[in-house]
Design a protein around this ligand. Structure first.
Ligand code: LMR
Length: 293
């Protein structure tokens, strides 16, 4: 299986690759993509991968040439996105990253395995995933998902800490402070909504190892031959919740059956609307990129 990773010289990638090679035992070829000024870091990573001696790692290619490195890939993991710098508005981030994902979506649709699965992690993940779909002229609309598994894992942790562990935990909406956990108290929602910021405050940088573990959990479920149910942000066309049909929105999802329909309380319907509004605003900002008009 050929797996491409963008932002491959970064810290999530550094935590992710060993987890990926441990979890998936089939033969893997890696295509590691990052910006030209990260080439030395990619070379160092390649050396470490050689020294790991993973028997299932069959080949590693790396560089900045997306046309070559996305060619024939079966899975593409999009970690690379410009982080918010001091003085930057969230809207600046949306347009800068939106343009990158739009370009990459076109390349992916042109050169990847037509059945490629693309998982978007770089923020704002949901809107970046929508731009990836649009860049590929909607050809990959059912093959792009954005990572919500970190939020689902955080919700499971919050429930466990509250002494109420349970299965089938699902999150709805945007990977942002408007996200909500199905059938959960406000305390659980607050925990999940603030957790990313709390980690940044404590570490001075965002979650990396837990994000990497969530990527592997997500791919494991998505690629499984069994029916697996998890939270995934997917293209919202024909969703049963009445959400705008041109977003990448987190729903309870089965890798075999698609979106799962769960009853929502009146309060949850209000939260659904709030997170939908936020994503519609993000889409509007992304669409100010000149070539998207
Ligand atoms: C997280 O949820 O930990 C990150 O998406 C937070 C961030 O803004 O990097």
């Amino acid at each position: 299986m050929k797996i491409a990773i963008t932002g491959a010289a970064g810290q999530i990638s550094y935590a992710l690759i060993p987890l990926l090679l441990e979890r998936f035992k089939f033969p893997i070829e890696l295509s590691l993509i990052d910006l030209p000024d990260k080439i030395s870091l990619l070379r160092g990573l390649e050396m470490e991968l050689e020294d790991f001696c993973f028997s299932n790692l069959k080949n590693v290619s790396s560089g900045s040439d997306e046309n070559t490195l996305f060619e024939g890939v079966d899975v593409a993991i999009f970690l690379g996105a410009k982080p918010r710098a001091h003085g930057m508005e969230r809207s600046d981030l949306i347009t800068v990253n939106g343009a990158t994902f739009h370009r990459q979506g076109k390349i992916l649709a042109d050169v990847a395995n037509p059945k490629v699965k693309a998982l978007v992690v770089g923020n704002p993940a949901n809107t970046n995933a929508l731009m990836l779909i649009r860049g590929g002229d909607y050809k990959l609309k059912n093959q792009v998902q954005a990572l919500m598994r970190l939020d689902q894992n955080r919700a499971e942790t919050a429930l466990k800490l509250a002494g109420r562990p349970h299965q089938d935990v699902f999150v709805f909406g945007n990977h942002s402070p408007t996200i909500f956990v199905h059938n959960a108290s406000m305390e659980i929602n607050d925990f999940v909504r603030k957790r990313g910021a709390d980690v940044i405050k404590a570490r001075g940088m965002s979650s990396q190892a837990s994000a990497a573990k969530a990527v592997v959990d997500h791919l494991d479920d998505w690629m499984s031959s069994e029916d697996r149910q998890y939270s995934a942000a997917i293209y919202s066309k024909n969703n049963p919740y009445g959400v705008d049909e041109d977003l990448v929105f987190s729903f309870p999802f089965s890798n075999k059956k698609g979106i799962l329909e769960l009853p929502l309380s009146r309060e949850e319907q209000g939260m659904l609307k709030q997170t939908e509004d936020e994503m519609q605003k993000e889409r509007q900002i992304a669409c100010t990129i000149p070539f998207l008009n």
